[in-house]
Design a protein around this ligand. Structure first.
Ligand code: PGA
Length: 251
């Protein structure tokens, strides 16, 4: 049985004051056992969040890492090694905002994924199609290529200790959500692609759905057989809403 997971991607939100308030709200939530919960603050606030969540059953992750582990001359970057040292357990790799706005290619993302694992972090690989690609009937092809790039470069074994998040770009921050059936179709295809390489790995890997998940639609989405939880953006900035989504994953 795969253990459900709910991850909160705070994106470029939060001041020291608002982060402290959000953490206080999270600390007061009654969380169900059996669900892994993680929050992803901007890297600037990672240490603050790690300190404030000490003793809580909520993990901390980063939204991005450098394409190489360790330390070195790479101005402006934060490495997976530094994030692990600061108390992170996870790191997002290939969020669509980084692919599209920051121009990150599959090649760079392969290196980030590898750097994350080299430092002992669990990468959450984000993949998903644009509206144009969906309307052109290319959803499974696009998602398959994004996933295939990591499989080809790093091998199926890379997914023994990784999470995948399917996030249709057209559903991120738009209020449009993939229907549970649309999401399930892609999740099943992702698992089938992994299964071609190794069925045990395919059965074990957690596939999260992301894109305008709220308490109101979480139960239906998380009820689908290949959806093992969610990657939550906007709704994770509200502790009560985030808590309700976590409870939905626990059902
Ligand atoms: P959203 O973002 O929940 O605000 O749509 C999801 C994400 O980008 O991870």
């Amino acid at each position: 049985m795969r253990r459900p997971m709910v991850a909160g991607n705070w994106k470029m939100h939060g001041t020291r004051a608002s982060v402290a308030e959000l953490i206080e709200g999270l600390a007061n939530l009654a969380l169900p056992g059996g669900v892994d919960v993680a929050v992803f603050p901007p890297s600037l606030h990672v240490s603050l969040v790690v300190d404030c969540l000490e003793g809580q059953s909520i993990s901390v992750g980063a939204q991005n890492c450098a394409p190489q582990a360790g330390q070195g001359a790479l101005t402006g970057e934060v490495s997976s090694t530094q994030l692990a040292d600061a108390g992170c357990k996870f790191v997002l790799v290939g969020h669509s905002e980084r692919r599209q706005i920051m121009g990150e290619s599959n090649e760079v993302l392969n290196r980030k994924f590898e750097a994350a694992q080299a430092a002992g972090l669990i990468p959450i690989l984000c993949i998903g199609e644009t509206l144009e690609e969906r309307e052109a009937g290319k959803t499974l092809e696009v998602v398959g290529q994004q996933l295939g790039s990591i499989i080809e470069e790093l091998g199926i074994g890379a997914f023994v200790n990784a999470v995948i998040a399917y996030e249709p770009v057209w559903a991120i921050g738009t209020g449009l959500t993939a229907s549970p059936e649309q999401a399930q179709e892609v999740h099943a295809a992702i698992r089938a692609q992994l299964k071609k390489e190794n069925s045990e790995v395919a059965q074990g890997v957690r596939l999260l759905y992301g894109g305008s998940v709220k308490a109101a639609n979480a139960v239906e989405l998380f009820g689908m057989p290949d959806i093992d939880g969610g990657l939550i953006g906007g709704a994770s900035l509200n502790a009560d809403e985030f808590g309700a989504i976590i409870r939905a994953a626990g059902n």
